[in-house]
Write a protein that binds this ligand. Structure first.
Ligand SMILES: [Zn+2]
Ligand SMILES: [Zn+2]
Length: 178
């Protein structure tokens, strides 16, 4: 996902991506930590255009991930479709463009600085994918989770553990309507 700046100034660049998660350093770490499993390569396309001191990158990335349910640890499949909208600038900080040069929209306020002859999109595209991962996946909204005592999956049946015994004072509070 490397862009040569002088080539980009001459013509827009189309980039087709079909990359295993292991091609991304942070995603590789998440896979190693078993936080997420990628069931498909990450695929998508990006277009980069040069707009006078700015590089606009638009496109999308899609893949299929599995993450453990945050209550019962069952695997939950989620299709990710991640819109990519990145704006880079090589302007020095604090410089503002003339109004007619580029209309800055709210989405563009997160300008990413770059310098040099090359720009690698991978870290920022990767970050967008990380942000799109389901934060608290649930196998179903009504997931009952695991028993705190014996670890049995309460979706598959109840266990013989006693319900936690409340302190008599706490039990009284339980009935107290706020
Ligand atoms: Zn669950
Ligand atoms: Zn139990």
């Amino acid at each position: 996902m490397l862009i040569q700046i002088d080539k980009l100034k001459r013509r827009p660049r189309q980039i087709d991506v079909a990359e295993e998660a292991t091609g991304f350093p942070v995603l590789s770490e998440l896979v190693a930590a078993e936080t997420v499993t990628f069931n498909e390569p990450i695929k998508g396309s990006l277009e980069a255009i040069w707009v006078g001191d700015f590089i606009k990158v638009t496109g999308n990335m899609a893949t299929l991930v599995s993450t453990p349910c945050c209550r019962c640890l069952a695997s939950v499949s989620t299709r990710l479709d991640v819109p990519i909208l990145l704006t880079y600038t090589n302007r020095a900080e604090g410089e503002t463009p003339p109004d007619d040069e580029l209309e800055l929209q709210a989405d563009d306020l997160g300008l990413i600085p770059f310098s040099g002859d090359e720009l690698d999109l991978l870290p920022d595209v990767e970050q967008e994918i990380v942000m799109a991962l389901p934060p608290q996946p649930l196998c179903k909204a009504s997931c009952l989770g695991l028993c705190h005592s014996c670890g049995c999956n309460l979706n598959k049946g109840s266990c013989n553990c006693e319900a936690p015994i409340l302190h008599p004072g706490l039990a009284a509070l339980k009935n107290f309507k706020v």
